[in-house]
Design a protein around this ligand. Sequence first.
Ligand code: GLU
Length: 288
Amino acid sequence: MIQRFAPSPTGPLHLGHAFSALLAFRAARAARGTFLLRIEDIDQARSRPEWEAAIFDDLAWLGLSWPRPVMRQSDRLPVYRAALDRLSALGLLYPCRCRRRDIAAALAAPQEGAQGLRAGPDGPVYPGTCRGRPMAEAGPEDALRLDMGAALAHLGPARLARLAVLETGPAHGGRHPLSPAHLLEGVGDVVLARRDFGTSYHLAVVVDDAAQGVTHVTRGEDLFDASVLHLLLQALLELPHPVWHHHGLIRDAAGRRLAKRDDARALYRFRDEGASPADICRMVGLAA
Ligand code: GLU
């Protein structure tokens, strides 16, 4: 078993991160497997060395250990580029010049009424304005999107019918077959290369999990839809499929999920107030 914890160094780790990391670490230890830490810093504008140092510090304080050096996504842009080239050679990518406001305007237009605003893994499902633009036109102002219809046609019905998210978490355990209708309407033509990073979270995670031989992905249930997309990308890139464990989210007193901006639940705050690692375990519902 190879598990990983893959935070972005864009803010402090909070209780939700501690829960994910502890679950992954303990599962790996119980199976005499490996727990990896990966730094997801493709967003260089928001990533900070001090947050990365704080991640190492918080996790070591919690009692976690991992092999070094760690993989850092900012070192791997050529690898992501190669994966994009492969998808492009299959005819599955197109350049997109739409900005957020263009997409909102297209979705608000009356002819889009039936489709309307549907939330995909990265915000509203893209209405397809640039679909069909040739890759030869791609320039620095363009993002690259996956043509979901072409991707599904490339895999074909027989292959698609065999694809399923294998979930081991207690809440959603079992086999969740891929639904082409959901991929088209609920996921859509996602961005695989942002104009500012040259890749996207989805592409980088899939490529890196495979490169690191990750067999089990433990993360929050808010990423279930992303996992459906990751399964599809693994199939397109002929990469192995891990098993997933999507755990429940740690919420604040008002029931809202924690975000990095919610400094209130940051681990360093609890540490500063004198909490022990065992206290953190109890706070997230794990045995100390
Ligand atoms: N970098 C992502 C985050 O911090 C990781 C999600 C994942 O586990 O794939 O939310």
